[in-house]
Write a protein that binds this ligand. Structure first.
Ligand code: NAD
Length: 496
């Protein structure tokens, strides 16, 4: 039998607190389903407020310990490097587990999720020994004969609460854990209740590598209790959140009570903008890939397709043809290009929004339905004749659905592209570099791509404007996100 068809072995599904596996105090569990079959495959421990409190106390005790505080930055980096090696050794196994739990094609799990995870561990491992402050000469407004100097240090913020979504589970977990550890923080991470299995397997590998007890704790559970408990806990000094805008707003409001630092990576409705002079042989597949990759469950998915009128019909027809040709199937099957949607709830949301588009007058050029098969599948869908007031164009769908909009003058692009509450990403497809640069300045988004879409790199700051969030992760911005500057001011006096 093909090994890919066999169910992968599962990790422990208890809570990982203070270097030990413990049951949830309430004994409550959360069912886990395989989206390709709709069958239950596991049960997760549902952490209660007390469990989260214990995990935070363990992370705090580790953070305060002399061993952690005095650990050489290079050695924190080594922990991450060792973990990178172990994750790399288990990459196939982890990728199969992700496909089983999340549904995405194995190739995506292995060559996107796992590749990113391993790179992120190495990238942040390298940062551990490279943070530095400044030395400043002061200009005192009085003259008391002293000479004043100051230096700044980057101090770790303390215990970090990481909360992650279900679209790139392992990569998101590492995006929180790796910079936290690199910069000297400790972590309590709550993965999405839909897709916790690879994060739990990661906890086993973290244990194997020998991270100090309490440095990384993993608590599975629901957002409204385990997630909220993490946000409310006064010893958690920072929340690093990726998820929906609605949850981000709740977290921001709740964190005011304890004045936590927060970074919020939220939703998007990113435009793919195709100018008439673009190389359509690249722009059309690029636009299709921007929305159908990972079944559209990507925060920066190019879900609004803005096309200059002379090439509008050609681009819509081209993207629709690609959509019709994509092979839907279980993620473990060879040749599958599009896996199922993560949950029945998300599938219903996508179906409902497409239905609303239809009833408001959008033209369905490709897809638009659930295929007749088991599993939470939805056809890759192209909607045309979409008006700016329709729900499909205003709301994030987070599925394989693109809305095409024509524009007749380049002067219209700014208004159409920015006509959204979100500001996460945008791509511009053109051969005219002048127009590309000028347009990039006009578009309100955290990232603008030229002639490509969804290229993320750990060295490039990532995050959104407007309702897409606040703060940035990756690159040098990560230092600000996980550390606080401390200024030490001194008076030097006397002769020497
Ligand atoms: P979600 O907001 O429903 O859940 C995200 C996480 O928050 C889960 O772990 C959940 O349990 C937790 N949560 C829910 N309510 C909470 C509360 N009251 N307090 C604390 N935690 C709570 O999002 P989702 O459906 O898992 O993910 C999809 C969303 O994530 C989309 O909107 C997508 O755009 C966004 N996303 C953004 C990025 C980015 O980098 N900007 C990346 C991936 C996904």
């Amino acid at each position: 039998m093909n090994a890919m068809n066999q169910a992968p072995s599962l990790p422990r599904t208890d809570l990982y607190i203070n270097g030990e596996w413990v049951k949830a105090s309430s004994g409550k569990t959360i069912p886990v389903f395989n989206p390709a079959t709709e069958n239950q495959i596991a049960e997760l421990a549902a952490a209660s407020v007390e469990d989260v409190n214990r995990a935070v106390e363990a992370a705090h005790a580790c953070f305060e310990s002399t061993a952690w505080r005095r650990m050489r930055p290079l050695d924190r980096g080594r922990l991450l490097e060792k973990l990178a090696l172990v994750v790399e050794e288990h990459a196939d196994e982890l990728a199969r587990l992700e496909t089983y739990d999340n549904g995405k094609p194995y190739a995506t799990s292995r060559y996107v999720d796992l590749a990113f995870t391993i790179d992120a561990l190495r990238y942040f491992g390298g940062w551990a020994s490279k943070t530095a402050g400044e030395y400043i000469t002061l200009s005192p407004f009085f003259d008391d004969g002293g000479i004043y100097r100051a230096y700044t240090e980057r101090k770790p913020v303390g215990v970090v609460g990481g909360i992650t979504p279900w679209n790139f589970p392992l990569g998101q977990a590492i995006q929180k854990i790796a910079p936290a550890i690199a910069f000297g923080c400790t972590v309590v991470l709550k993965p999405s209740e839909e897709t916790s299995l690879t994060t739990l397997r990661l906890a086993e590998l973290i244990h194997e590598v020998g991270f100090p007890k309490g440095a990384v704790n993993i608590v599975t559970g629901y957002g409204h209790d385990a997630g909220a408990a993490l946000v409310d806990h006064p010893l958690v000094r920072k929340i690093a959140f990726t998820g929906s805008t609605a949850t981000g707003q709740r977290i921001l409001a709740a964190s005011a009570k304890t004045m936590k630092r927060v970074t919020l990576e939220l939703g998007g409705k990113s435009p793919t903008i195709i100018l008439a002079d673009a190389d359509l042989s690249r722009a059309i597949p690029g636009a299709a890939n921007a929305i159908f990759g990972n079944s559209g469950q990507v925060c920066t998915a190019g879900s609004r397709l803005l096309i200059e009128e002379p090439v509008y019909e050609e681009v819509v027809a081209g993207v629709a043809e690609i959509a019709r040709g994509l092979r839907l199937g279980p993620g473990h099957e060879e040749g599958t290009q599009l896996g199922p949607i993560v949950s029945s709830r998300q599938l219903e949301r996508i179906s409902g929004l497409v239905q609303s588009g239809r009833s408001e007058g959008a033209r369905v050029v490709a897809g638009g339905n659930r295929p007749d098969r088991d599993g939470w599948f939805f056809e890759p869908t192209v909607l045309a004749d979409v008006r700016p007031d329709m729900q499909v164009i205003r709301e994030e769908i987070f599925g394989p659905v693109v809305c095409a909009i024509p524009f007749s003058a380049r002067s219209e692009i700014k208004a159409i592209a920015n006509d959204t509450p979100y500001g996460l990403g945008a791509s511009i497809w053109t051969r005219n570099l002048d127009h590309a640069h000028l347009l990039a300045e006009e578009i309100d988004a955290g990232t603008v791509w030229f002639n490509t879409h969804n290229i993320l790199d750990l060295a490039v700051p990532f995050g959104g404007t407007k309702m897409s969030g606040r703060g940035r992760e990756f690159g040098t911005e990560a230092i600000n996100a996980f550390t606080e500057p401390k200024a030490v001011v001194m008076r030097l006096a006397g002769d020497y």
